[in-house]
Design a protein around this ligand. Structure first.
Ligand code: NDP
Ligand code: MG
Length: 389
């Protein structure tokens, strides 16, 4: 007998940041599951050429080139005729809120991802969230908006996906502790003295994950783990004291949840973002997809060690921000984005990234309950401070 046709209609997906590392992995998941996922919109910043290629393959209803100059420069004839080409941040909002979109993949890098994520949640769309900076900048405002609109925030970040998977059937009240794992990055085991002269080229060589440049530098400073502590604090409504970080060089266990009775659940899989992306898009279903499988015969040992907080000062900043909340997340995030840009541009040393963030945090005017406008103003202020540092 022929297999029964799948009665479910495919989920209609919009990808913000489709030309980046997460965006490309998302499209690979969609490519493998055409009867479950349909791409209805794609958005890039300036890379219209790559975007056009994606549109020729997936034939979405909308494509957005966010950068106005690149939108002007884009060759419309490179896009399929059925794809409507939109430009600028308004185009992103139109895509994120379109009636024929069920779920928005938030995969823009940096605080620039906040606008599209916010628009999607405001329209009641489920959001598969890779853009952790959104929660770092405005965690309680974003989770509050999602709750009010009945929209789900489905984590894509591998650690948070692991926690989310382990939490199935439980609530925050059942949890004693969440332990986020991290590879330790390319400089694991190095001393501050050895990192004084670290170059962008060395910092961009990540041992286990292939990602965009900003998060790769964040992984080298451990700022990525700091941002993830803040992300976990808001996403799962935890207290900072309930979150721990452990270095796990193999990147196979993606995090642990310790429950009230002492039981610990972890989630294991090879380092491959297509799994958490697929889980977020098809939650709570598990179906065969493109992600790599664990090779149990090659799995000889899993190591766990405490992070070196003396060398990697960024980590303490994450716990501080998770504890204090208010304006601290927006300030830390903006200072870090600017500092990472300066490090890549050669005007700030590697260890200067965390020092710069510390200085900008200390100089800012703390507000425990800011509005979104206040956070956006502080984002601009912190970037200027970090540029001057
Ligand atoms: P990339 O740098 O690879 O891609 C960034 C994407 O965002 C590109 O599509 C880019 O478009 C677009 N973009 C950049 N700036 C803007 C802007 N101002 N407005 C609109 N779009 C913009 O980043 P990643 O894919 O590595 O990371 C994306 C997010 O996912 C980050 O928040 C990161 O922390 C998070 N994440 C990433 C992981 C990974 O494995 N890569 C793992 C876990 C989380 P264009 O190509 O045109 O410049
Ligand atoms: Mg992560």
């Amino acid at each position: 007998m022929p297999p029964a046709p799948n009665p479910r209609t495919p989920k209609r997906v919009a990808v913000l940041g489709s030309t980046g590392s997460i965006g490309v992995s998302t499209l690979d998941v969609a490519r493998h599951l055409p009867d479950r996922l349909r791409i209805v919109g794609l958005a890039a910043h300036s890379n219209w050429d790559q975007l056009a290629g994606q549109c020729r393959e997936f034939r979405p209803r909308y494509a957005v080139v966010c950068d106005p100059a690149a939108f002007q420069a884009a060759d419309r004839s490179a896009f399929p005729r059925e794809t409507e080409l939109l430009g600028g941040p308004d185009g992103v909002e139109k895509l994120a809120t379109a009636a024929d979109v069920d779920v928005v993949v938030s995969a823009v890098v940096g605080a620039a991802g906040l606008r599209g994520t916010w628009a999607a949640l405001e329209a009641g769309k489920d959001v598969a969230l890779a853009n952790k900076e959104t929660l770092v900048v405005a965690g309680p405002l974003v989770t509050g908006l999602a709750a009010r609109r009945g929209a789900r925030l489905l984590p894509v970040d591998s650690e948070h996906s692991a926690v989310f998977q382990a939490l199935t059937g439980y609530t925050a009240a059942d949890v004693t502790r969440v332990v986020l794992t991290g590879s330790g990055g390319p400089f694991r085991g190095k001393t501050a003295a050895e990192l004084e002269q670290a170059t962008p080229e060395q910092a961009l060589r990540h041992p286990t994950w292939k990602m965009g440049p900003k998060i790769t530098i964040d992984s080298a400073t451990l700022m990525n783990k700091a941002l993830e502590v803040i992300e976990a604090r808001w996403l799962f409504d935890l207290r900072a004291e309930q979150i721990d970080v452990i270095v796990h060089p193999e990147s196979v266990v993606h995090s642990f949840v310790e429950f009230a009775d002492g039981s610990v659940l972890g989630q294991l899989s090879p380092p491959d973002m297509r799994l958490p992306i697929q889980y977020a898009l098809l939650y709570p279903e598990r179906v065969p997809g493109p992600a790599k499988r664990l090779d149990w015969s090659a799995l000889s040992g899993l190591r766990f060690e405490p992070p070196d907080r003396t060398t990697f000062r960024a980590l303490d900043l994450g716990f501080e921000v998770a504890r204090r909340g208010g304006t601290t997340g927006a300030v830390l995030n903006a200072a870090n984005e600017e500092a990472v840009g300066r490090f890549l541009g050669g005007t700030l040393p590697f260890l200067g990234i965390a020092r710069c963030c510390r200085a900008v945090l200390d100089a800012h005017d703390f507000d425990p309950a800011p509005t979104l406008d206040r956070l956006l103003a502080l984002d601009r202020w912190a970037r200027a401070e970090a540029a001057r540092y």
